[in-house]
Design a protein around this ligand. Structure first.
Ligand SMILES: *[C@@H]1O[C@H](CO)[C@@H](O)[C@H](O)[C@H]1NC(C)=O
Ligand SMILES: *[C@@H]1O[C@H](CO)[C@@H](O)[C@H](O)[C@H]1NC(C)=O
Length: 549
């Protein structure tokens, strides 16, 4: 008969909690974020991850690693009669998942969400190296594989959606060039030859590609960056080397994010709005970490970050240090505009069996704060996520984590076993000690927006907010610690109207915020975005909107 005493001890704990809280001693560790195991196993290790506009998450692995822990129904076996699944559609809402069929190898491939909401995945290995695969966001859809969709093999390439809605695919192993989906010409890119640290350990694979506000591509490889006019195939700018002797791309794998682009002020300039853009690059390791790991020496990963205003006339890297060394960290933009650095290891490098000391604690980076108050260490998980792990923002504001398989096949006895689980991390803004969330009630005139268009976001809040802003996040395609096509816009807003709830006794306030869609496709390519209202640092759930050309 434990009930009575446990009830009273719960009450005691609760009142102690509220005493601490009321006396301003702060809340317990819960405001450092919270972890939740969503699925112990989805049967497939999540090497690649994408979010579709129907809120389903698509994960897939390589398909040549032998059996997974999930079988395909007989009628949906692979073309080669193998009946193990290597891709899954996961529903974060009810945690259900279903197997998907891929017949050609997707090992270390890339992808992007197209402007019509279809996932477009490119390349892979061997029979998959020139395949373009399509997956539509619908109830029973499965992968459709387009043979020879690419001009050349793409293994370890990076993708970006372009202002005209096409997708560019940059680089890949032994590919010093770029091309497009839909397929057209191949263009050479000597920068990818120049940035190899040696033939064996290139350190410039999965280059970091970001679309700059002038429509050019920012391409970062190893420790160098250029601005590329991909139409004319000319390098319009060479940025300074990121100093420090650290390589940032595979296999020395750091990560990179385009920091939030502010469109505040856009309503007075319209389509001529000149946005500033900054890129943040963090972590990675020395160029020869891979060779050293092969010899049994696991060198500490880098703590360093570089931050660069890529739109500046005279750009200079601002150097910063993370509180924890990290290689293979993912950088995920949160709806607030902060950056979550998550997953990875403190020693070694990317590859099979070559990393040690998993970093279990994510770190929050607040780009708007002054140095040295930008980093904050958050609560740790218990599950190492090393090579071949992934992260993605969900529309509810949590971050989904999956994968980790630093082994050649599915191996549950290795030092770091193949990880088939999915976890969700709730950032501090979702903790009970944070303010309650704004709730979007509608967007008018509708969820399809055109460029520069004024629209109104109506939301409900149970307190009086002073700091209100509206953001828009492009869903990414995440693999190998890089969230391709990730992009966050802080929208320009106009009048904010407030009305109190009509129901007596209700504390809700209703707000209507005039907002402006991005001015040009160079600022935000056409396609699907998650729209958030952020009040006092706490975001609403995201609402899917679509910008049409
Ligand atoms: C995967 O399958 C293997 C072999 O059947 C089994 O030993 C292992 O426990 C399974 N792992 C998970 C996480 O389901
Ligand atoms: C799992 O990994 C260990 C350590 O690398 C290795 O000795 C073992 O042979 C692997 N098992 C399988 C089934 O591949």
């Amino acid at each position: 008969m434990e009930t009575k005493s446990s009830v009273s001890s719960v009450l005691l704990v609760l009142s102690l909690y509220s005493m601490l809280f009321n006396f301003g001693l702060g809340s317990p560790a819960s405001n450092n974020g919270k972890w939740k195991l969503l699925k112990k196993s989805i049967g497939v290790s999540s090497m690649h991850m994408a979010l579709l506009p129907n809120d389903k998450v698509i994960v897939f692995d390589r398909t040549d690693a032998g059996p997974s822990n999930l079988t395909l129904p007989q009628e949906r076996c692979r073309k080669d009669q193998i009946c193990y699944a290597h891709s899954v559609e996961f529903n974060p809402g009810n945690r259900n998942f279903r197997p998907l069929t891929i017949s050609t190898d997707t090992w270390c491939s890339s992808g992007a969400l197209s402007q019509n909401g279809e996932l477009i995945q490119t390349g892979g290995y061997q029979l998959g190296e020139r395949v373009v695969r399509h997956l539509k966001p619908c109830v029973d859809c499965d992968w459709i594989e387009e043979q020879n969709g690419l001009n050349v093999p793409r293994w370890y390439a990076s993708n970006q959606v372009l202002p005209d809605g096409r997708i560019v695919i940059v680089g890949g192993r032994f590919q010093f060039n770029y091309e497009f989906v839909p397929k057209s010409k191949l263009y050479s890119l000597p920068f990818l030859v120049e940035t190899r640290s040696s033939a064996k350990v290139p350190n410039n694979l999965y280059p970091f590609v970001h679309l700059a506000p002038d429509g050019n591509l920012f391409v970062f490889a190893n420790d160098r960056a250029i601005l590329l006019d991909y139409v004319k195939n000319i390098v319009v700018k060479k940025f300074p080397v990121l100093p420090g002797g650290v390589s940032r791309n595979y296999p020395s794998t750091g990560s990179s994010a385009l920091l939030p682009i502010s469109l505040v002020g856009q309503k007075s300039t319209g389509t001529n709005y000149q946005a500033e853009a900054e890129v943040l690059v963090c972590g990675g390791t020395v160029p020869d970490a891979n060779l050293k790991a092969d010899a049994g020496v696991f060198v500490p990963a880098s703590k360093t970050c570089g931050r660069l205003v890529i739109t500046s006339a005279n750009p200079k890297w601002e150097r910063e240090e993370m509180p924890i060394n990290r290689v293979m960290g993912d950088m995920i933009l949160l709806p607030t505009g902060d950056v979550l650095i998550i997953n990875g290891a403190a020693k070694g490098t990317a590859g099979w069996g070559v990393a040690r000391e998993p970093v279990l604690s994510p770190v929050l980076y607040k780009p708007g704060n002054k140095k040295p108050n930008r980093f904050e260490i958050l609560s740790p998980t218990t599950i190492p996520r090393l090579y071949h792990s992934t992260a993605h923002l969900l529309s509810d504001g949590r971050v989904l984590l999956g994968g980790s398989n630093p082994n050649a096949n599915y191996n549950f006895t290795a030092l770091y076993p193949t990880e088939l689980s999915l976890e969700a991390f709730s950032p501090p803004y979702l903790s009970p000690s944070s303010k309650s969330r704004p709730v979007i009630s509608w967007v008018r005139p509708g969820l399809e927006l055109s460029y520069v268009q004024k629209f109104v976001v109506r939301f409900r809040l149970n307190y009086e907010a002073e700091k209100i802003y509206v953001t828009m996040v492009a869903p990414s395609f995440t693999t190998h610690s890089f969230a391709m096509n990730q992009r966050l816009l802080v929208l320009d807003t106009g009048n904010v109207r407030k009305s109190s709830a009509k129901k007596p006794g209700s504390k809700s306030n209703y707000y209507s915020v005039e907002s402006y869609a991005p001015a040009r496709p160079e600022l935000a390519p056409p396609g699907y975005y998650l729209l958030f209202v952020v009040c006092e640092g706490v975001p609403s759930r995201g609402m899917w909107v679509r910008i049409k050309k």
